[in-house]
Design a protein around this ligand. Structure first.
Ligand code: F6P
Length: 319
């Protein structure tokens, strides 16, 4: 490949900018031309591309969001849209593409690969729902934000001897709830991967207060239920009236942690090297510290395994 493009797609995540920077600088370092596509696949269809130089990605490693912006694009889900996207790239002499995004973005990249564009995808989502990588870019930052919020909530819950339900993001994946729940010492973690019974949850909360606990934090992943509904069920079960906090998009903003910046930098550079080696249709990840490239087909057809050991540990430690 001589000329590549980079785009960010789907929900943004902290560290996407660090990944864009790594792709651009690694490509330039290796003598490639590199283009930034504005607004994801929508921008590709609109031919909204600009050539990037070293300065185009200056001062962004520490910024949340994505300078390339992002969009969820319906047209690109159609065969005509995909052919049009490939044509835009061919028309500009671009033969490689790096897509940074979640699983919806992976499917689009896979289609372009089948149309002859060499593509690599990087896991850019706070949800940590992508298999064949231990962590996704943005997850560490999002978990830190949730832990910080729960620390604050816990202060005021303890003063009032109250309980709280905190609803976190994650789409169909419970990892944000699991990791943040463990790191913040939450008594209850509700995730879509593990069945739960809210009557039992409320009985346990009541018993914990009776044992002298001064607060009770329930973290609920959005994929497992709605914070307000969970709170109402607990009130029905034991009379407690948990306050509800829905953290929402706060989890997706702010400066990325060093862990996310390093993950993004390593993966961005790796993706460029894989393209230069002639590979295509691959998802880049890091598993136990080692790079891994996996067929996008395999990645999108595999469910990320849930870490039950970590879940049970969180429960044991929060008694
Ligand atoms: O995939 C990232 C994510 O933040 C999910 O956790 C959440 O369900 C979804 O995106 C929210 O999407 P939107 O920003 O379109 O409301």
């Amino acid at each position: 490949v001589k000329s590549i493009a980079v785009l960010t797609s789907g929900g943004d995540s902290q560290g996407m900018n660090a990944a864009v920077r790594a792709v651009v600088r690694s490509a330039l370092y290796n003598g490639l031309e590199v283009y930034g596509v504005q607004r994801g696949y929508q921008g590709l269809l609109n031919d909204d591309l600009r050539q990037m130089d070293l300065r185009s990605v200056g001062d962004i490693i520490q910024r949340g969001g994505t300078i390339l912006q992002t969009a969820r694009c319906k047209e690109f889900m159609t065969a005509e849209g995909q052919e049009k996207g490939a044509e835009v790239l061919r028309g500009r002499g671009i033969d490689g593409l790096v897509v940074i995004g979640g699983d919806g973005s992976y499917q689009g990249a896979n289609k372009l690969s089948k149309l002859g564009i060499k593509t690599m995808v990087l896991p850019g989502t706070i949800d940590n729902d992508i298999p064949f990588t231990d962590y996704t870019i943005g997850f560490d930052t999002a978990v830190g934000i949730v832990v910080d919020a729960i620390n604050k909530i816990r202060d005021t819950m303890s003063s009032h001897e109250r309980s709280s339900v905190v609803e976190v993001m994650g789409r169909h994946c419970g990892d944000i709830a699991l990791y943040a729940g463990l790191a913040s010492g939450a008594e209850t973690i509700l995730v879509p991967e593990v069945p739960f019974n809210l009557t039992e949850v409320s009985q346990r909360m009541e018993a914990n207060f009776a044992k002298g606990k001064r607060h009770s934090i329930v973290v609920v992943a959005e994929g497992a239920g709605n914070g307000h509904d969970v709170s109402s069920e607990i009130t029905r079960g034991c009379g407690l009236e948990p306050r509800v906090t829905v953290l929402g998009h706060i989890q997706r903003g702010g400066t990325p942690t060093a862990v996310d910046r390093i993950l993004a930098s390593r993966l961005g550079d790796y993706a460029v090297h894989q393209l230069m080696a002639g590979d295509s249709g691959k998802a880049c990840g890091i598993v136990r510290g080692e790079f891994l490239s996996t067929d996008i087909d395999t990645v999108v057809n595999t469910k990320k395994p849930f870490n039950l050991d970590l879940y049970e540990l969180a429960l044991r430690l929060s008694q």
